[in-house]
Ligand binder design. Sequence first.
Ligand SMILES: [Zn+2]
Length: 343
Amino acid sequence: MKASKKAMGKAGGKKPHARRTKPGAVLIGADLGGTNFKCGVLGMSGEVLWRDSIPLLEPNDPRGIWSEIRSLIAEAFRRAEGRRVAAIGVGAAAPLDWKEGRIFSPPNMRGLKDARLAGMLEREFGTAAFIENDANAAAYGEFRLGAGRGTQSMVALTLGTGVGGGIIIDGRLHRGSNGVAAELGHTIVDPTGPPCGCGSRGCLETYASATATARRWREGVSSGRIRPPASLAKQPGEVTAKDLFEFAELGDGGSALIFAETGAWLGEAAGSFANVLDPDIFVFCGGMAAASKHFMPALLERFRGRAVSPAREKAEIATGRLGSDSGIIGAALLAAERLRPRR
Ligand SMILES: [Zn+2]
């Protein structure tokens, strides 16, 4: 097609004055969150050669968000420095059809409603493109190159605004029949618990996400159960899980108690996941994993009370090693996998 050829010339180094193609293909991996877009150039084994991220300024405008996505991917093509880009992989924080490459109706990125993102990228850049759920991509990155390296089965839980999940069984990402497998944050841990954004109640993420951890602290303060630290310099309503981590590091008992409760909720759920899946390893990642020192003891204790032996003793419990690169690494490696054979 016309547009595709033109785009190939633009991005693939086919202009008369473009550099000659160097040997060795690379991958482009991207992580499309609601507020940020991160993109990298990676070697075929997932090593990050270049990366950058931009804030998404127009997530709800179809032209605006597409222009932001396209410009950073075009920059990645330039950073590939003449090497062939074998595939583009994008992990997106949106409900999507991974096979069709279509985004459904993301509440935080309304500009991508019904966008056939994989096809748009293929036409623009003349390169095979694939999309995945962002938590699945991050889990797969940790499995291949991070904390799960060398294992065969892994359960990942990403602790941030919500609780994301990813499941790898016998070396393969488990996406499920409809692509919604591993929505582990929506495991119900308390049927009478708070309402969840998914329409259910008492989901794991209503207790154990970073957002929920801060909310439980605020509730504790307003009920008098938790005493805020004397040094608190902001309104309790503005306190985030990151603040609580800083308080806990300084020895604040109230924050430490809240993190211990977060750990207990996570251990409760992980114990059940062990009884269903019996993975080699559980990996806790995402922003709040930085506070693992404060939630891990309670997590382990509760996990051992729930998981059946010998998973109880043998399952490894770890934190992520790749930080925020896990998403671009996993998206790139999954794209490379889907190139051959296509499925
Ligand atoms: Zn839910």
